[in-house]
Design a protein around this ligand. Sequence first.
Ligand SMILES: Cc1ncc(COP(=O)(O)O)c(C=O)c1O
Length: 449
Amino acid sequence: MSAHRSKRTTRPILDMNAYDARDAKPDDPKNDLLARRQRNFGAASVLFYRDPIEMVSASGCWMTAADGTSYLDFYNNVPSVGHCHPRVVAAMTNQAKKLNINSRYLHQTTEEYLDRLKATFPDHLENIVLTCSGSEANDLALRIAQRASGARGIIVTESAYHGNTATVTEISPSAHKRGDLPDHVIAVPPPGSLAYGDDIAAGFADAVHDAARTLIDRGHGVAALIVDSIFSSDGVFSNPRGFLRLAVAVVHRAGGVFIADEVQPGFGRTADAFWGFQRHDVMPDIVSMGKPMGNGFPMAGIAVRSDMLAEFCEDVGYFNTFAASPVASATGLAVLNVIADENLQANAAVCGGYLRDGLQHLADQDGRISDIRGAGLFLGVDLSADGNPENPSGQLVADVINAMRRHRVLIGAAGKYGQTLKIRPPLCLSHNEVDFFIDALGKSLRACG
Ligand SMILES: Cc1ncc(COP(=O)(O)O)c(C=O)c1O
């Protein structure tokens, strides 16, 4: 690592593009709402942008603010089939008018949904457990992995984020503002060429191997390797396809479980496959999913080998009051139907390709775009003030994100230093919207010259 790199400030995930109250303007009409927000949320308040936005409505890929400005949403992969999609909203509200109960009663729609969802997974993942958040899903996945392996050690990537429960925060380096990871958690650099050179698969597998040895030496053993299969908070690492295979084999040999966290790449976003792990031709023992699953309705869950779930349930079992309700099931089913009927995975390929071409065109004119990575409609773009790909700049990314907001495009940051523009629009994106985005990015880069 160069001296310059080591001097850079790492950015925890919640500090990316975050509002700082010290930037408040005295005559801002939003000040009353900001003050109430601060009083209610206290220190846990996290808002986007140096100048936060009050939102009032949304449709398709667009969100509308209280002052009437409409913004193109290139950040949010929760409303993945489009904000307030009429078919999803209708399924949700029609079921809410009829019946909404916990899952300890039989219900046709729930089994229809789970059959449909299961059909998207390899056959060996025979059971689905629904939860209300990706954090709960990963928490459960880790507990099952620890029971199945009889070990405690977990291997993650350096800037991973897997959620907010106590257990999951421990394995989310990107959530930590200070302090070290616990003894049973080891973080390895994400699978990119900056860390591993030309042979990413072998380099990443070696790092996982070393981490496994350390966990064994420390007496924890290896319970699991868990990765977000598009490595979104690490900065989006997608290629070459298949690079996960060797690392997964290493973990299995060490007696551990492979957990694919599909909360970000799942439900067709990477275009090549419905699930991100399928791009790497690996067989996870557990898959966790969430965010786009209910298009905004809080739904998440795991797909898991039935033998592992059975072992776990011998000890404690699992019940979740709000998960797998008829409303959740009807909503999730509508999301699957919309993805299929509107060919959204294919659209992610077509619009993702068009978007990539537009980004490459900008990169040809502006050397500060130092790398473009990703798959389908999940892209990461590194910016570097001096054009050196080994020296990407979190400050430039933050400036560009705020300039993009002035050009009515919402976008996020990722990576250890916040050095990557994270591009993740709804899957119903159109070519015109890609043009709007590329135009705004070109203007924003010029404004940040
Ligand atoms: C990869 C990944 N896993 C898990 C989670 C946690 O999901 P939730 O916020 O629904 O608890 C997140 C949230 O950002 C995530 O990005």
